[in-house]
Structures are given as structure tokens and as C-alpha cells.
Design a binder for this molecule. Structure first.
Ligand code: GLU
Length: 315
């Protein structure tokens, strides 16, 4: 099926930290199916801003794995490592608008702050930023850049609707605080890069794993701060490892074998709720059946899920 003039644009945005595994294949397949079911474009963006975590050769491996699964992007993939100028322009705009500010706090400083409040930070959790440098660096050297989230003393509640998970709400100030746009090591933060690129590429629909649902309120706040449109969101089920943890490269997930793409795709369709084991003797047949199944599953939703228009800047 070829893409049409539909305004729909979707994407799969892997970080090249290792090969595609059963969990990331679900997100790739779901985003491709949604694009095809809408008659829209499907893009691949390589999210390689976190350079210390990138693995040499992983980009090529992922693209080869996608191709073996019949998931071929409609345009040449972009790499975030080529796009620093765009992220800098966005940070400059936020800074000029008084929305971004430099921060001199280390993780230790933030932990000490919360310990002094009698609320020590869980070792495995990201500490909520208490806003220490909001009104100035207090003599410290600038390390990172952060986005202001809400007026002093006020929450920043973001409401959004996920096509699968339904109504969602997060008080970003309470959950994460003013979050990082540019890191202390000089690297661009995922939240900024993803929001800038989704808008620059005209992405209307984001289909990705449920582990990223928690980032969505932050991304919406950033879209509002930059005057960018809000895409439509669908977060897909995660594949769990035997120990109940999310399947990930870190937990040693098996790479999708290019020689066994059909079985891998069958597994992914089962996770998405419409296993096609019996009816699909080949990758192209399976994909065609899966597009039909996706249309049936999300049919009513396809016409309802029109993307938003740029929102006025909020606090
Ligand atoms: N690069 C992110 C990841 O691999 C996905 C980002 C996104 O889909 O928004 O987890």
C-alpha cells in the first residue's frame, strides 16, 4: 500500500543503543500500521543524542531488521546527531521568552535539598527538581538548562487523552519539576529533541511504547511553550520479561532475527491484541492482514483522532 496525500505523519524513533527486540518491534509495527491504516507517511528517526549510550552499528542493524520485517520508511531516516542547530534555536527561543533558565545543581545538591526536607530521594528514582536556580544561579556555575514548569507555588496540570489508555493527567511540577532541556554534559535532553523533531517533521500521530506515556505531559508542556501543535498519542502495551520487568536492551532482550521476521511480527501482532499466526504465511501477507485488523480495532478512532493546532503558551 503506498502512502497518499493524507496529512497523517507517524514515526518510529529508536535510540541506537542496541538491536531491535520484541518490545521495540511492537512500537515499530504499531506506528507503521497506524500510518498505513490512515493512508499516511511513516518515518524513522534515529534518536542518537545520548551518545554515551549509543552502540556503533546499531542504527544499521535496526534499519536492516525493520526492512526484513517489511517496515520501510517513506523518507530517508533522520539522525538527531545532525540536528543540534534546531535544538539550540528552540532553547534560545525559550530562553528569550524567560521560560528556560540555567541550573547549577548537581544530583547530589538536589538529594541534599530533599534530605533536608525530610523526604530523601529513592535511589532508583529521578529526583523532582525543587526549582533552586529558578531565580538565579546563587553563585554556582551553570551546568544544565531547565524549563520552567508553572508559576511559583502553583501546580502545572497537563490533561491529555491517549487513544488506548484514555484520559491522562499529570501535575508536571509535582511529578518532575522544572525538567532538563540541555544536560550538564552538554548533550541535548530527549524531551527537547523529541518535541522539536516531531514538530519539524510534521508528525501528527505518535504511536510508541507505554513506558513513554509518563513523558507525554512534559512534552505537551514543551510544545505549548514553543507554540507547537500537539500530536495525537497512542501508547502500546509493553512486552514483559520473565521476571516481570519491561523487556529492554538493558535486561538482555534477544534481538529480532532478520531471518525469522515472520515469527517476530506474529509475536508483535499478538501483543497488539490480534494474533495472526494462522492466517499469515509470509511477511507481506501478515502486514496486509495486520493493517486490516488495525483498521477494525481502531476504525472509529481513525476519523476522530485529528491532531491539535498550536496551543497558546501556558505557564
Ligand atoms: N528514542 C526513544 C526510545 O527509544 C523513543 C522516543 C519516542 O518514541 O518518543 O525509547
Amino acid at each position: 500500500m503506498s502512502p497518499t496525500a493524507s496529512p497523517y505523519a507517524g514515526r518510529f524513533a529508536p535510540s541506537p543503543t542496541g538491536p531491535l527486540h520484541a518490545g521495540s518491534l511492537v512500537a515499530a509495527l504499531a506506528s507503521w500500521l497506524d500510518a498505513r491504516a490512515h493512508g499516511g507517511r511513516w518515518l524513522v528517526r534515529i534518536e542518537d543524542v545520548d551518545t554515551p549510550r549509543c552502540v556503533p552499528g546499531a542504527t544499521e542493524t535496526i534499519l536492516a531488521q525493520l526492512a526484513a520485517c517489511g517496515l520501510v520508511p517513506d523518507e530517508a531516516p533522520l539522525r538527531q546527531s545532525d540536528r543540534g542547530g534546531l535544538y539550540q534555536a528552540a532553547l534560545d527561543a525559550l530562553q528569550r521568552a524567560g521560560r528556560a533558565y540555567p541550573c547549577g545543581c548537581s544530583r547530589k545538591d538536589i538529594e541534599l535539598f530533599w534530605a533536608a526536607q525530610g523526604r530523601p530521594v529513592d535511589r532508583h528514582a529521578d529526583a523532582v527538581y525543587p526549582g533552586t536556580c529558578r531565580d538565579g544561579l546563587q553563585g554556582k556555575a551553570a551546568r544544565a538548562w531547565r524549563l520552567r514548569c508553572g508559576a511559583p507555588g502553583k501546580p502545572l496540570v497537563i490533561d491529555w487523552t491517549d487513544r488506548r489508555l484514555g484520559a491522562q493527567r499529570q501535575d508536571v511540577k509535582h511529578a518532575v519539576g522544572d525538567f532538563v532541556l540541555k544536560r550538564a554534559d552538554g548533550l541535548w535532553a530527549y524531551q527537547l529533541a523529541v518535541v522539536v523533531d516531531d514538530a519539524a517533521q510534521g508528525i501528527t500521530h505518535i504511536v510508541r511504547g507505554e513506558d513513554l506515556a509518563d513523558s507525554t505531559a512534559r512534552q505537551i508542556h514543551l510544545q505549548q511553550a514553543l507554540g507547537l501543535p500537539r500530536p495525537v498519542y497512542l501508547h502500546t502495551p509493553l512486552v514483559m520479561a520473565a521476571d516481570g520487568e519491561k523487556l529492554s536492551k538493558q535486561t538482555g532482550a534477544q534481538a529480532v532475527a532478520t531471518g525469522d521476521a515472520l515469527a517476530a511480527l506474529q509475536g508483535a501482532t499478538a501483543v497488539l491484541g490480534f494474533g495472526l499466526e494462522a492466517s499469515a504465511p509470509s511477511v507481506p501477507t501478515l502486514l496486509a492482514c495486520a493493517v486490516a485488523a488495525w483498521r477494525q480495532r481502531w476504525g472509529a478512532d481513525l476519523s476522530r483522532s485529528a491532531p491539535g493546532t498550536p496551543a497558546p503558551p501556558a505557564d
